[in-house]
Design a protein. Structure first.
Length: 135
């Protein structure tokens, strides 16, 4: 009985974690597709949604016209500053992130295509694909 409850609880976590991360899934009105990236060892590591958890420099996939919210958390153990930008988009941080600081960018992509998100201060190791699909 205890094992069955554990499996059911684990299944519920997966369902909750996946909702909203499938770019083909329609968003409820007023909601954003949310992603969290943690910075460690001069890399972006996916924290959420579940589909990118633990992935280094993960792909972020959305649909054109989606409201997108990306939170970046600097978890470096040394004093290393970080930034965040998306190529060909007016998206960036207001100031550099120090360790234990976080920031969120929110925007609506208007163009279909594959773009690069990156930290201009550490571009050789901190970059990934920002993919905008058509509807």
């Amino acid at each position: 009985m205890k094992l069955a409850l554990t499996v059911i609880a684990f299944g519920a976590v997966i369902v909750v974690g996946v909702v909203g991360c499938n770019p083909a899934e329609p968003l409820p009105p007023g909601k954003a597709r949310e992603f969290t990236l943690v910075i460690m060892n001069t890399r972006f590591i996916g924290e959420s949604p579940l589909a990118i958890m633990g992935v280094e420099n993960p792909d972020i996939v959305v649909q054109v016209g989606d409201r997108v919210r990306i939170t970046i958390k600097n978890k470096e153990t040394q004093l290393i500053l970080h930034d965040f930008k998306i190529a060909n988009h007016d998206v960036g941080l207001a100031q550099y992130l120090r360790p234990d600081q976080s920031a969120t960018v929110e925007f609506t992509p208007q163009r279909v295509g594959e773009f690069t998100y990156y930290d201009p201060l550490h571009a050789s190791t901190m970059y990934g694909r920002f993919i905008v699909l058509g509807r």
